[in-house]
Write a protein that binds this ligand. Sequence first.
Ligand code: PLP
Length: 403
Amino acid sequence: MKFIDLEAQQQLLRPQIDDAIKRVLAHGKYIMGPEVFELEERLADYVGVKHCISCASGTDALLMSLMAQGVGPGDAIFTTPFTFVATGEVISLLGATPVFVDIDPRTFNMDPEKLAQAVKAVDNGWLIEDGQPQITNRTKPSTINHQPLTARGIIPVDLFGLPADYDTINAVAEKYELFVIEDAAQGFGGVYKGRKAGSLADVAATSFFPAKPLGCYGDGGAVFTDDDALADILRTIRIHGKGEDKYDNVRIGINGRLDTLQAAILLPKLEIFPEEVQARQKAADKYKKLFNDLNHQPSTINHQLPFVPNGLTSAWAQYSILLVSNKQRNALQKHLSDSGIPTAIYYPKPLHLQTAYAGFGYQRGDFPVSENVSERILSLPMGPYVKEEDQVKVLEAVIEALN
Ligand SMILES: Cc1ncc(COP(=O)(O)O)c(C=O)c1O
């Protein structure tokens, strides 16, 4: 059994992908070839925004989005510690300060109420109540850099494919005049109240890493926005800050282009993507039914299934369940592995506890929900091509392990 079956999709699309690669080899425009622009148009159409700026990875998509907003030292960018490191890394790369905000225990996405508290605290110059700052239990980044922080932006993450609570997050942003960058690396294909992930904030970043909902055969990413001026800036940042031509450099940029070959590979994949999103939903429904049937039996397994708020659709990048304890999670993972069932832990260590962020002085206990979830979460085999019989096997192994 595979954790994500990428081969099944390749078999299905092999002739189209072979043709696409041959076409690129024939025209030889490996950098910014016609497939790049065709893909951008189709992606923008799919998401329902004016502009798609493809780029070299999801990390570059986030980095370019921050650069386009002119982010730098002294800027506070609010994000969740329960995410892949790239989300926080890009903030630090620009010398800005990531201010972490704990997650909602049911959706695992940024908790908008805690976001409002954190923004208020930074906006007030980290006002201290009862000798303690409001964000966590102790004084945080502002004392490390010895400089005042200015609240500038928010990066909510659509974790495991589920869009974050954008109505509330965008309202906080509006109140404090902050920009919002949707990290849709995992959310691409998801829907929030009728709008597609990638269109839910001022700008959105996604990843085409092979295992992502829409993946290429290497690294790739894209930025989405309705803002014409921002799109122009993003297009120049992607190519070394180019102006009129590539030897006219009007700003500092990066080498952030998507390879033509990857764009060509993505085109046939995008064609079947809507069906794949439906197939992921079907697989999620199947897991839900299997787990719920289980709970009607006398020996109930304690777990929390993924929660999808009304009006939202997950892209189901992962199907992650929450066990009762770290011990139970680890024992279950071992039993599944012994039974030939691959699983993954996203993420075993929240960002504030990573060595890379040790300089901020965060401690265990600062973001209790993220910490607790990281100890109990387990992602099961998932994807558009996961077989129902394999899902049944997963459940059988879960029952064996937990009863
Ligand atoms: C939430 C999140 N943000 C950003 C990224 C970075 O994407 P990439 O690996 O394409 O740079 C990833 C992917 O790993 C991710 O899961």
